[in-house]
Ligand binder design. Structure first.
Ligand SMILES: [Zn+2]
Length: 130
């Protein structure tokens, strides 16, 4: 369970079970729900996370994914932790692979562009000096 604490600045010690929210700095902090002790800081603004508080408790959207630390993945809904499927190591690796491929494609496209320019200059030189 989490309860909301509206703060201006985060305290030195982040207590577990408390979702700290600084509206001033548009940041939130809480200890990871899995108990690993990691402090997760999230930006709270229209582009990132939203926090709502009503009589049921505090709700944080979208889901928190502590990838690469403990891989915990969950929602906080009405103060309760709703566990979501963990991304399997294979799924995480596949995601990384896709990113690598994108990067490689990007660079190979750049390289071919460089090659084309070189060829063009090469041809030009031939025409001038040939
Ligand atoms: Zn954790």
């Amino acid at each position: 369970m989490y309860r909301l604490a509206n703060v201006e600045r985060f305290p030195k010690v982040i207590e577990s079970g408390i979702l700290y929210w600084s509206q001033e700095y548009e940041m939130s902090a809480h200890r990871c729900a899995c108990g690993c002790g990691d402090v997760i800081q999230l930006p709270v603004d229209e582009l990132n996370f939203r926090i709502t508080q009503d009589s049921q408790g505090v709700t944080l959207r979208p889901s928190v994914g502590n990838w690469g630390v403990c891989d915990a993945h969950y929602y906080i809904t009405n103060g309760r932790v709703e566990w979501l499927e963990q991304m399997s190591p294979a799924a995480i690796a596949a995601g990384r692979q896709a990113e690598d491929d994108r990067r490689k494609n990007y660079y190979s496209r750049q390289q071919s562009w460089v090659k084309r320019v070189r060829n063009w200059f090469g041809n030009l030189k031939k025409r001038i000096f040939g």
